[in-house]
Structures are given as structure tokens and as C-alpha cells.
Design a protein around this ligand. Structure first.
Ligand code: SF4
Length: 311
């Protein structure tokens, strides 16, 4: 199959932990969203909105998809997601109907779920094969803290909207819960989230955290804590955070040049060198012995402390 390049409204297919090979469909401008989640990869400086509107022309999106399908498309899902909240687009239902006319590939919608109190949004989303909403908070205060929703969005209406959606349409729903350390990870908060999940009745609960957090948020939850949370949320819960993506700690190789460079700036004790370079005292001791033997450093004692300096 020819390599598929990023198009204006389509991206991928890309491998997704949740959806296999997923072709993304983007129908709102960058960071058009009803929330401003503290963990958002798209940044935190956009204004939130909650009014649905026509953003990208649906006919153009469908035309792009049609062209791609003609060339051959191998994907497990066509996923409506991308640069913000897709249910803000008034043409969501038209888009899903249009995709279904073009291909049997199942359609997924990734959504923050905040607009599901609107019956029309529920009806539009129900045209998909799979809906993946988010729920990160067990009460209104935590909702404000972690998701920072648009002012008129009410937490209880949001929960009711998702529960109604599942009741009305019995559509396949995988609920993502994103945990940010210190915000929604207490036992009390997890229990409250579990109560809300019981009302919504999703088919799966997918637990996530910021494995590679953006610079503005330090929210990664340890694997151990995430496992405890999974156990608290019951058998439908699974962890989708990919800890294998954590940057591996590279073992530092202590170079005598690095030590000399440090000593040229100021005399240091062996402990200073160990702390400054993140090396073990044993490694530093051996390196200093070598440098002394080769007459590269000498010792001087000041105030009872032994300092090293260039010879
Ligand atoms: S719902 Fe998604 S796009 Fe919107 S702020 Fe949260 S993470 Fe970002």
C-alpha cells in the first residue's frame, strides 16, 4: 500500500494502543474545546467554548476520505478526534453517516463527553460504532481543577448525559479515566469516580496517566498506584498508559575530563563532585586516584575539608 501522508483533515493511519491502526479525522480547528484539561497535549492557553458550530466543511472531509479510500486504506478504525472536541461540530452526524456510505471500516468518536447533556449530540454520536468519552473527576470541584470546563458546563449534567447516552443507545463505550498525581488519585476520589462509572455503565474503563507529560504538567502516576486504582475500579478496568515510552535513564559514564572541567571552575571535595555529576562516591574516588597519579589534580585542606584542584 502506498505510504499515506498527512492530509488536511485526515491523519494516519497511526498505531493506537486503544484502536489498533487508526485513521484520524479532524473536524475542528486546533484546540477548539469545551475544556482546558491540565494534561492537554494541545496546550493550555485556548479559550473554551460550548456552543456547537460548523467548523471544517464536512463535504470536503468526506471528499478527502473518498480519495484516500480509492488509493487503498487499511485501518481498524476511522477515528473522529484530533485538535479538540469533535462533538462541537454541528456536522458530526452528517460526517458519520457519510463515512458509513463510503466504507465498512468502523467509526470511533473520541470525546470529552461534556456536550452529551444535549440530546442531539447523543443522537449524532450514536451513529458511530464505538464512543470513547472521558471522565477524570468524582465531584464538581475536581472536575473544575483537572478539566477546567467552559463556565456553563455542569458536572452532574455531564454525568447524566453520559449515563443517558448509554441507556438510550446501548452503544459500545470505552470510558477513559486520566489520573494526574495529587489531583484525582486519592482513595476518596477514586471511590467517587467509581460511583459515577456505575451510573454510566461503560463496557470498558481505560486508565491513563501522563507517561510523557507536557512541560506544563507534572502529573504522572506511578505504575504501582495505577494498578491499585485499577483494582479499585473493578474487572472492566485496564491500564492503557504506556510506561515503556518513558525515557530510559542513561547510565552516566564518568569522565576524568568532566571532573577536571569542574575543578577548573572551583576546587571541590569528592562529595561535591559526586553530587554535582550524579556519580557514585566509589566512581569519583577511582577517577580522582587516576588523576592524582597522572599529576592532573592535587589536594588542599581548608577548614578541615579536603579539596581537589587542578595541579
Ligand atoms: S478534552 Fe481533550 S482537547 Fe480538550 S482540553 Fe481536554 S485533553 Fe485537550
Amino acid at each position: 500500500m502506498a505510504k499515506i501522508k498527512k492530509r488536511k483533515h485526515l491523519f494516519g493511519p497511526v498505531p493506537s494502543r486503544r484502536l489498533g491502526q487508526s485513521l484520524g479525522v479532524d473536524i475542528v480547528p486546533l484546540k477548539t474545546c469545551s475544556q482546558n484539561c491540565v494534561y492537554c497535549q494541545l496546550g493550555l492557553d485556548a479559550a473554551t467554548i460550548a456552543e456547537r458550530s460548523e467548523f471544517e466543511p464536512i463535504d470536503i472531509v468526506l471528499h478527502e476520505l473518498e480519495e484516500l479510500l480509492k488509493k487503498g486504506l487499511n485501518a481498524d478504525y476511522i477515528t473522529i478526534s484530533g485538535s479538540g472536541e469533535p462533538t462541537l461540530h454541528l456536522g458530526l452526524g452528517k460526517l458519520i453517516k457519510g463515512i458509513k456510505k463510503l466504507t465498512p471500516i468502523p467509526v470511533a468518536v473520541i470525546t470529552n463527553g461534556t456536550l452529551f447533556s444535549d440530546p442531539q449530540v447523543r443522537a449524532d454520536a450514536a451513529l458511530a460504532d464505538l464512543v470513547l468519552p472521558s471522565l477524570d473527576a468524582g465531584d464538581p470541584e475536581t472536575f473544575e481543577t483537572i478539566n477546567q470546563p467552559f463556565g456553563s458546563i455542569d458536572y452532574n449534567e455531564f454525568i447524566e448525559g453520559l449515563a443517558k447516552f448509554k441507556q438510550e443507545y446501548s452503544i459500545l463505550m470505552w470510558l477513559e479515566v486520566f489520573f494526574a498525581d495529587g489531583i484525582n488519585t486519592s482513595n476518596e476520589q477514586v471511590k467517587k469516580i467509581a460511583e459515577k462509572i456505575k451510573l454510566i455503565k461503560p463496557d470498558k474503563i481505560q486508565i491513563n496517566t501522563a507517561v510523557r507529560p507536557p512541560a506544563h504538567v507534572a502529573g504522572r502516576v506511578s505504575q504501582q498506584r495505577l494498578s491499585e486504582i485499577r483494582d479499585m475500579l473493578g474487572p472492566a478496568a485496564e491500564i492503557i498508559a504506556d510506561y515503556s515510552k518513558l525515557p530510559k535513564q542513561k547510565k552516566k559514564i564518568l569522565s576524568t575530563f568532566t571532573i577536571l572541567d569542574m575543578l577548573e571552575r572551583r576546587p571541590c571535595t569528592a562529595q561535591d563532585i559526586s553530587d554535582g555529576l550524579g556519580a557514585s562516591p566509589e566512581e569519583v574516588g577511582l577517577a580522582l586516584q587516576t588523576l592524582e597519579k597522572n599529576n592532573r589534580v592535587k589536594r588542599r585542606t581548608t577548614d578541615g575539608k579536603e579539596y581537589y584542584l587542578p595541579a
